[in-house]
Design a protein around this ligand. Sequence first.
Ligand SMILES: Cc1ncc(COP(=O)(O)O)c(C=O)c1O
Length: 383
Amino acid sequence: MKDATRLTRLGRPHDDRGLVNPSIERGSTILAPSAAQLYNFPEGRPHYGRVGLESQRSLRAALCELQGGAGCALTCSGMMANTLSILTAVTAGGRVLVSDSVYGPVRGFVLNTLPRYGVTATFYDPHIGPEIEGLMTDDVQAILLESPGSLTMELQDVPMIAEIARRKGVISIIDDTWSAGLTFKPLQMGVDLAVQALTKHAGGHSDVMMGAVVARDEVMADRLREMERGLGIVTAPDDSYLILRGLRTLELRMQRAAQSSLRIADWLSSRSEIGSILHPAHPSHPDHQLFKRDFTGSCGLFSVTFREWNNKHSIRFLDSLDLFGLGFSWGGFESLAIHCDPQLKRSTSRRRHPGALIRFSIGLEDADDLITDISQALDKMSD
Ligand SMILES: Cc1ncc(COP(=O)(O)O)c(C=O)c1O
């Protein structure tokens, strides 16, 4: 079955009443049929609201099926999915290797919070390649990948790193939000835990925040569940329903945004102001070969550098855009743009692309309208 078909069928209700979507059940208390069953609920029946009711169960099952995983934890945000996956993998005295292009707040968590629990972090250049093995000293317990990386969009050789990690007994984790687990299948490439900010593509309508961690095998799923339960994580039934609803149209929306973003990237590449097009699906992207090898499609999120610009130019450009909103999320129906330089932090890797960095999230508008908008904003730069 292809994913487009799978997305119309996964996460159906667990009963036989014929509805194609799960019901939104609200509840904390669930009464036991008898005292004898209080500590021994009937098979498959939740015993308390926190373990998740119908919509959460359906969404977890759907994400496992889409990504080929053995277990799934839902979290209140994509950020929390990242922290949950790290906490699942590390113990005091351990070390985590972190891609230098990781999502900014995760950088903050591993630098500021993990040391309080006796865990240290070492950043590595996302382009380190097989030399990553040299960093996997005995205290390394986990490696955190993000591909493409936040803002600068580097691709990592995920199967190679996952194989080295497995050989060294290191748990591999990837923030795979860019592909939504649809156009790239990290668990099938040997990664242990795949993180999704469901807030982005799966939600798709900029009205819900949620995250998920999907585990590759039963052992990792048990470990993940233990940490999820230990932290008392629960998501709202309504929000879980909205994410599942978003999954139905995920492929269509991503394809449309991918097509438009590539067209806009191509148009931008002919402009003299542009330095680099950091769109993995664009042939000029430095890691385009990896994209062609590992991905079946892209999405609306990409960055570009403007060779001669500084932050002031970026601000002027953004303020001249009409159709693009200025906001931090992405993967929604509406196009957004941000300038990245104020939040761009790197520990090991050099800045490869000089100039000001702007990130676009292309939504469902007509691509020609978006090009017209960017074009008029660029024209104003020379006024
Ligand atoms: C790559 C990536 N991962 C995780 C997150 C966090 O997701 P959330 O905003 O749902 O916490 C973001 C948010 O922008 C992101 O870009």
